[in-house]
Design a protein around this ligand. Structure first.
Ligand SMILES: Cc1cc2nc3c(=O)[nH]c(=O)nc-3n(C[C@H](O)[C@H](O)[C@H](O)COP(=O)(O)OP(=O)(O)OC[C@H]3O[C@@H](n4cnc5c(N)ncnc54)[C@H](O)[C@@H]3O)c2cc1C
Length: 371
């Protein structure tokens, strides 16, 4: 089988890249080792910039029609301070089963050939260039395909990145673990975000009338979490006013999921016959909820590079777009808000100030976040 591009991994990064390359008229093969649209270990806030990308591609309407609630307000809690912020455009929290499946369907409609249950085990090389992939299909045994471009969209432990020995830079070890679950009967009018010494939390509405509750805490607390997942999760939420109590009195709709596997690194994203996109290229702690938005934007940059042949521009623009958020993410994942933050938050509160009233003994600020 010969294609113009083979993409390994069919979630946000891979399916989006397949969609855009197929829309350019390329013959694209999209390979995924698991079932298309299966769930994955990830909460799923899509930032306004990510929603804007989906809208440009004509896909946001489908997410909304599938019952994904729009979040247009954020309530940020930091110590005594609460900021109510209006977002310039909505963010969404679509379940990955919905978002990933929708992107794969769009890629197939654009002409990409999609194969699930195919595990890529190695790259095929010729004269110093990657020329294709080889692996196993769940049905049919051995599998191979050729293309002048193989894209690794295979996540943070990318086999493509390892096989091409992609250079790694700005790497930092995991700093925090994350845990999340879904509850019913906890309606929220705004996305809620909480930060204090030693933990952060987020509460966002998602599909099927459920609310996603996420917590992040320093990595050394993962031992305690393993010994008592529920107790540790709720205990961390108890550190945020009434949040623990609200979650306790809601209906637990799904099991608790957690991971300490949150590396932080950049990889060189291209070389002869290969490219990397999404987490395979840049991965960072989930505390700032950027990965899906990054993956979508990165897919756009890569598809432009494929059209123009200027992969260096893709590399440059990707890093320029992510650099500051990467630094902020590393800082927040330490869970030690410093003096700067203690000063910054009240400033933020004041900057977006519209009304200023005490609610439950707390100073509450209201305003609109700049675009
Ligand atoms: C706890 C947690 C919470 C998160 N919360 C958020 C959030 O709220 N918002 C946000 O934007 N991001 C969040 N993220 C980050 C987000 O999950 C990732 O950034 C995003 O999934 C990256 O997408 P991707 O397509 O690059 O890779 P992945 O989603 O990892 O997909 C890679 C795919 O490649 C497939 N694959 C791997 N190897 C092979 C192979 N050899 N052959 C064939 N297929 C293969 C895998 O099966 C997988 O389906 C979170 C992450 C974690 C861990």
């Amino acid at each position: 089988m010969t294609f113009d591009a083979i993409i390994v991994g069919a979630r946000v990064a891979g399916a989006a890249t397949a969609l855009l390359l197929a829309r350019q008229g390329l013959r694209v093969l999209l390979l995924e080792r698991s079932a298309i649209g299966s769930d994955t270990l990830s909460s799923h806030q899509l930032q306004p910039a990510g929603a804007a990308v989906l809208e440009r591609w004509g896909l946001l309407g489908e997410l909304v029609a599938a019952g994904t609630p729009a979040t247009t307000h954020l309530r940020l809690h930091h110590g005594r301070h609460v900021v109510d912020a209006e977002l310039p455009r909505a963010m969404f929290s679509p379940r990955r089963t919905l978002l990933d499946a929708m992107l794969v369907r769009a890629a197939a409609e654009a002409g990409a050939e999609v194969r699930e249950h195919v595990t890529v085990e190695e790259l095929v090389w010729s004269e110093g260039r990657v020329r294709g992939v080889a692996g196993r299909a769940r049905r049919g045994g051995g599998f191979s395909a050729d293309a002048p471009l193989v894209v690794g969209a295979d996540g943070k432990h990318s086999i493509v990145a390892r096989a091409v020995r992609a250079g790694v830079y700005r790497e930092r070890p995991s700093r925090a673990f994350a845990a999340y679950t879904y509850v019913g009967g906890l309606p929220v009018g705004a996305g809620e975000m909480y930060q204090r010494d030693g933990a952060a939390a987020a509460v966002f509405p998602t599909n099927d009338g459920l609310t996603m509750v996420y917590v992040s805490a320093p990595l050394d607390g993962f031992v305690a979490y393993r010994a008592d997942p529920d107790g540790t999760f709720l205990g961390l939420l108890d550190g945020f006013g009434e949040l623990g109590e609200r979650v306790r009195s809601a209906r637990r709709a799904e099991r608790l999921r957690a991971t300490p596997d949150q590396p932080n690194r950049f990889r060189v994203p291209y070389g002869p016959g290969w490219a990397l996109v999404g987490d395979a290229g840049v991965v960072m702690d989930s505390i700032t909820a950027q990965g899906m938005t990054n993956a979508l934007r990165n897919a756009e940059l890569l598809s432009l590079a494929v059209a123009s042949g200027d992969f260096a521009a893709h590399h440059r623009e990707r890093d320029r777009g992510l650099s500051r958020m990467y630094d902020l993410t590393l800082h927040l994942a330490r869970h030690r808000p410093g003096v700067a933050e203690r000063l910054f938050f009240p400033l933020l509160a004041r900057r977006f100030w519209r009304s200023d009233r005490r609610v439950g003994g707390r100073r509450r600020h209201r305003g609109a976040l700049a675009a």
